[in-house]
Ligand binder design. Structure first.
Ligand SMILES: [Zn+2]
Length: 450
């Protein structure tokens, strides 16, 4: 461990947590130990946390009380996992329609707002508590640690940028956080060779040990490095996020960056859900914080995933239908961790878009943008030609001038000023045969390439 990592982990963060009354350090220490518990011990812990959450939801969250009553269930009726599976599930649409009633009584001053553009095209706005934030950050950092890189080692992110203009204080806080954590973040929403040249030059000087990015951004960067004969020495690991990683993409990224790729599965609603350990043989579920079930009672069958966040008491998510499919792997991992594993996550279908001047826009840009347009209930982005994009949207209300201007400005900023953007209000977004909604449809899709 470098001197900087040691000071950050053992002096700076514990002092910060003590002064600010935060729980990251405590949760991280706990998670470092609990990952080695046996599967039975972990399950017993999950059961205690899940039933405590259920009692809390019944007592303090009006929406759940009503919902459980309608289902004829009370917390004392839930005596085992078979009973748990009788609890009703929660959808994004329900959250959007009942946001206030889903917040726990007495938590109004403990909630901070968050939003997601929705991997299935339905933006969702929700609240989390500080304690939940600390749990999820600790779990995310533990998973990053499985790559062999530790907190405080330099990391480069091929990521997006915040939408709209940040207020100065917010921007300064973000910069200070990135500086302390030693993170260098690049906005990869608008990709061309100049961007990759700039990222390569800065990254060479920065000398990161870890590169984190959207799969599509990592792939384009790796291709650029290979095609131009450039190298990035010293990178120890690559973390892929936000999209499924297929074998061909994994091989290309590893060949371009000369480092092993670690797949992760997460969502804005929960941060880290699962991640690969050093053996990279399925993704370990972060099961001390997340209860992940399959809708099919046979866990090894591919079916819809349901997620319960065990520690967000401010706005509990119980059996939330995240919109992805997956299957659980009950066999133990050779690494010795007791955390169960998930395989074959299917979902998050995001095509990339192209512009007339040769730029590539990762599909992730649109959920990222549309989460900030409050009138949008569901959407699909379709590229008709190099200079024409249609945003089909089911709207709660007509777009305000502010939202229309934000949408226009942010899309032009990323896709260029020549692009014609047509907002088309629709009653419904068509679904794929799998039942999933396709969030972005690129030109390659029309050409039958995917
Ligand atoms: Zn493992």
């Amino acid at each position: 461990m470098s001197a900087y990592s040691f000071v950050l982990q053992n002096i700076f963060l514990p002092c910060h947590n003590l002064v600010r009354g935060r729980h990251y350090v405590g949760r991280r220490r706990f998670l470092e130990e609990s990952q080695w518990w046996s599967p039975d011990e972990l399950e017993a812990f999950q059961w205690r946390e899940a039933t405590a959450l259920l009692r809390h939801a019944w007592k303090c969250v009006p929406y759940y009380r009503k919902k459980f009553e309608q289902a004829g269930l009370r917390p004392q009726d839930i005596r085992g996992w078979a009973d748990w599976r009788r609890l009703p599930t929660l959808t994004r649409e329900e959250i959007n329609a009942n946001r206030k009633e889903l917040c726990a009584e007495g938590y109004a001053d403990k909630l901070s707002p968050h939003a997601t553009g929705g991997s299935s095209g339905v933006p969702t706005r929700f609240y989390i508590t500080e304690l939940s934030y600390d749990w999820r950050t600790a779990a995310t950092q533990r998973a990053y640690g499985w790559t062999g890189c530790t907190l405080g080692e330099r990391a480069v992110y091929l990521w997006g940028a915040p939408i709209g203009e940040l207020r100065l204080l917010q921007a300064l806080k973000t910069k200070a956080y990135e500086f302390v954590q030693r993170q260098l973040i690049f906005n990869t929403f608008s990709q061309d060779d100049q961007l990759w040249v700039r990222i390569h030059e800065r990254t060479l000087r920065y000398k990161p040990r870890l590169i984190v990015g959207y799969v599509s951004s990592l792939l384009q960067f790796a291709r650029f490095l290979k095609q131009t004969g450039r190298e990035l020495p010293g990178v120890k690991a690559v973390i892929a996020a936000a999209e499924p990683v297929y074998t061909a993409a994994r091989e290309e990224i590893e060949a371009g960056l000369h480092a092993p790729l670690f797949n992760t599965y997460g969502a804005r609603e929960f941060k880290s859900i699962a991640a690969e350990c050093e053996l990279r043989d399925g993704l370990h579920i972060n099961s001390e914080n997340i209860l992940l079930e399959t809708s099919d009672p046979r866990p090894e069958a591919v079916s819809e995933l349901l997620i319960t966040d065990l520690h967000n008491y401010g706005m509990p998510f119980i059996r939330y239908r995240i919109g992805d499919l997956g299957a659980l792997d009950p066999s133990p991992c050779a690494c010795g961790r007791g955390l169960p594993r998930i395989r074959s996550i299917e979902g998050r279908v995001l095509d990339m878009l192209r512009t007339a001047d040769g730029r590539i826009i990762p599909g992730e840009f649109f959920p990222h943008l549309l989460k900030d347009i409050p009138e949008v209930r569901a959407y699909q982005v379709e590229q008709k030609s190099l200079d024409h994009i249609i945003v089909s949207a089911v709207l709660f209300a007509p777009l305000s001038d502010k939202s229309a201007a934000l949408l226009d400005r942010e899309i032009k900023k990323v896709c260029g000023p020549e692009l014609k953007i047509e907002l088309k209000p629709v009653a419904q977004i068509p679904r794929l045969a799998s039942g999933k909604q396709r969030v972005t449809v690129g030109l390659d899709h029309h050409a039958g390439k995917n």
